[in-house]
Design a protein around this ligand. Sequence first.
Ligand code: ADP
Ligand code: MG
Length: 260
Amino acid sequence: MTELLRTHGLTRHFKVGGTFSGKRLHAVDDVDLTIEEREIIALVGESGSGKSTIARLLARVYAPTAGEIIYRGRPLAKLRRRKDLLSYRGDVPMVFQDPFSSLNPAYRVSHGIMRGLILHRPDLNAAARQAEAVRVVEAVGLHPAAEILERYPYQLSGGQRQRVGFAQALAYRPKLIIADEPVSMLDVSIRIGLLNLMAALREDEGVSILYITHDIASARYLSDRIAVMYGGHIVETGPTEDVLADPKHPYTQLLLSAVP
Ligand code: ADP
Ligand code: MG
């Protein structure tokens, strides 16, 4: 296995209770997490445990209060040039819980994908971009691609919109897709299709996926490894089968006892 990304003592505090209260919330506290190439790792925890904060730290939406993120052996804090940051953001895109968050309602599907290609794939000319747009739409199981590319987000179902979110991410030629509760807003009957899509993207595109969820059953279905979050900490981590067969932390035990 080859390490792709590692965090060391990753910490993010927020000021709470007004500017002068001096109170600080430890949303993410001292997190060590490793993500290997081509692995699906599930980050599981209850609402408010810090999962989305980790996602935004990894996507470099904001900087950590303390600790560091090391990507392919290089600390992210050292990426100061715009070009390097842009390249990192292309390598590590996010897909959000609400499919509309990734899609601009005023633009056709092709717009978001083309925008990503122009920004992150300067090597491609116009014809190659067009071909790549078709390729990524097909890669997420949407057919016929030419027709899907012409649609507006409101002309797609929730599941299709979420697939477009993944297609936009693929256009960046990513190394790690951060999927923050990507199926939580979808009907139960179409969730499985999205989980299978993520498994296929790992196989076919060779990406790693950080699958964030509060649903341990889907984590069991999809992930190689699991990290359990509680109160801003990772309280337990290991191969999914091992953690779920013999959970060590009381919170993991509680999570499992709640699965029917
Ligand atoms: P999760 O995704 O696991 O539900 P979050 O990472 O969204 O958890 O939030 C963790 C904690 O940090 C929560 O208590 C949340 O209210 C708080 N938090 C998250 N983002 C901010 C912010 N920008 N400002 C203040 N508090 C925040
Ligand atoms: Mg969240």
